[in-house]
Design a protein around this ligand. Structure first.
Ligand code: NAG
Ligand code: NAG
Ligand code: NAG
Ligand code: NAG
Ligand code: NAG
Ligand code: NAG
Length: 467
């Protein structure tokens, strides 16, 4: 009996593949979009789903299980990826009841009308300083999968998106190697889990950040996937690379091969390019963002398949980051400018995630910041900021360094005009001028804006950063 079953399945598997792989490969190739919600000015879920459809996205990834979004995605035919929040991973890792409850309240009520296909456990866990969560990651994934099976949700795969910093070596690509501190404890069990459950290794990969770290030696066009820019041949593997994305992905394939899982499938959980940023950031503009995302979509949807030099025939399913520019993301200005759309829902540039459109009609604005800015920059307080919050930031800035705010004391050269915004702008500029070298920023929780226009007047001179 057992023997028969086994023979039957041996026979059936290839037939199944034969019948279904062309169509499933086609679906798999269509890029999706990451629907981040860190903005206080974003359209509601129903409108957002309309916009996602207008971008022709085949799938969408959210960073939680927002029930309004999952509701709005019902009967749309869009494949959905949901996420278990980082904060509950450790609790779930040791508690099956909790895992079952999570699936009961976040997946079961929406499935199958909402086509949930992936449950991602945490976001870039190995990039967090808290290493307790690192070691609970795979145990939590196992529990979530066990719950999904309990509810017979067998089509839903479990994964976890990692950032490219899971690698400690990536150049040349053939030297690709996972961080040794996590290889045995996290990566190997993860790859084992992925293999056993036929899931994917989800990776967030940005050529932008790699290029920014070395714009002198890496050509911009190579990072933007422009054709015929330059090529690099890996001296060990002999493989030739014509763009930075392939190079980064192959480094990951080589790292997986090194620990015994050469055939793990990759899923690009995030990739993209910022359409704007701060004065002291380079290459973040609408032109480059449009070129990168259009090239990436073209690559991912091309037929015949165009994988990477190491895996030329392997489909690369993907999510572009992100749907909107998100004004509540912290950090440098680029963080708030990865959107395909402005918060009012209009396109920042023309884009078609299905890959069917390759000629776009509207002219893109000529980039002006592909070279580092040279000159002075000041840090001004945003107009219309909440007075109490701005007052707090002003006190903070004045409390740092030596004599940071002396000129805005009564009788000082910059005391007048005696307004909160003016004083805060002085304090921000003075703080930033002293601390930029040691990592200080002009962010101030979104209250600071970089400017190249000197606010000084008369005998009041604002300190500046000189690049
Ligand atoms: C496991 O989670 C359930 C549900 O939240 C909770 O009632 C129970 O106390 C937890 N068990 C342990 C051992 O923490
Ligand atoms: C986890 O982090 C702590 C504190 O930083 C460190 O002492 C410990 O060695 C780390 N544990 C592992 C297994 O890396
Ligand atoms: C699992 O690993 C084995 C051994 O490396 C490999 O033959 C197989 O293709 C892998 N399966 C998947 C789904 O990755
Ligand atoms: C790039 O080079 C290939 C082969 O040499 C050529 O066919 C193609 O037209 C070139 N593309 C561009 C955009 O120059
Ligand atoms: C949407 O916002 C952008 C950026 O602020 C602006 O340029 C554009 O005109 C707005 N579009 C509409 C339809 O309001
Ligand atoms: C402030 O002054 C002290 C003593 O003169 C000096 O040691 C310190 O480095 C100064 N701090 C800054 C931020 O300039």
């Amino acid at each position: 009996m057992k023997q028969t079953t086994k023979m039957a399945s041996v026979f059936l598997i290839p037939l199944f593949c034969l019948l279904f792989s062309p169509s499933s490969a086609e679906i798999a190739a269509k890029p999706g979009v990451n629907y981040g919600q860190l903005g206080n000015n974003l359209p509601p879920p129903y409108r957002s789903v309309e916009l996602i459809k207008s971008l022709k996205a085949a799938r969408v990834k959210i960073y939680d299980t927002n029930p309004k979004i999952l509701q709005a995605l019902k009967h749309t035919g869009i494949q959905v990826s949901v996420m278990v929040r980082n904060e509950i991973i450790t609790a779930i890792a040791s508690n099956q009841t909790l895992a079952d409850e999570w699936v009961t309240s976040n997946v079961v009520p929406f499935y199958p009308q909402t086509m949930i296909r992936y449950v991602l456990v945490g976001n870039e866990i190995l990039s967090l300083p808290d290493n307790v969560t690192w070691f609970n990651l795979v145990p939590a994934m196992r529990r979530i999968r066990k719950s999904l099976k309990l509810f017979k949700l067998n089509k839903i795969k479990v994964g976890t998106p990692l950032a490219i910093d899971c690698l400690e070596a990536s150049f040349p690509p053939s030297s690709g190697k996972f961080r040794s501190t996590v290889t045995d404890s996290v990566i190997t069990p993860l790859l084992q889990f992925i293999n056993r459950t036929k899931s994917f290794f989800f990776i967030d990969v940005y050529t932008y950040f790699a290029w920014v770290s070395d714009p002198v030696n890496i050509k911009l066009g190579y990072a933007l996937l422009e054709p015929n820019v330059s090529s690099y041949t890996d001296p060990v593997s002999g493989l030739t690379y014509t763009n930075l994305l392939d190079q980064m992905l192959d480094a990951l394939y080589f790292a997986m091969k090194r620990v015994g899982y050469p055939d793990t499938r990759l899923f690009i959980a995030e990739t993209g390019w910022p359409n704007g940023g701060d004065v002291d950031q380079i290459g973040a503009n609408i032109y480059n963002a449009a070129v990168y995302n259009r090239n990436v979509i073209k690559k991912f949807t091309e037929k015949p398949l165009r994988g990477t030099p190491l895996k030329p025939r392997v489909v690369l399913p993907s999510f572009i980051f992100a749907l909107y520019n998100e004004n509540q993301k912290t950090g440098p200005g680029t963080e708030r400018h990865f959107g395909l759309l402005y918060p009012n829902g209009s396109n920042i540039y023309e884009i078609d995630l299905s890959g069917k459109t390759s000629e776009f009609t509207k002219k893109l604005p000529v980039p002006t910041n592909n070279e580092p800015y040279k000159g002075k920059i000041w840090c001004m307080a945003e107009r219309g900021a909440n007075a109490m919050v701005l007052g707090g930031a002003l006190s903070y800035a004045c409390g740092q360094g030596n004599g940071t705010c002396d000129p805005i004391q009564p009788g000082g050269k910059c005391f007048k005009p005696d307004s909160l915004r003016w004083h805060a702008s002085y304090a921000f500029s003075s703080y930033w001028a002293q601390f930029r070298k040691s990592g200080g920023s002009c962010y101030f929780n979104g209250l600071g804006v970089q400017t190249t226009e000197d606010p000084s007047f008369g005998s009041c001179k604002f300190p500046s950063v000189t690049l």
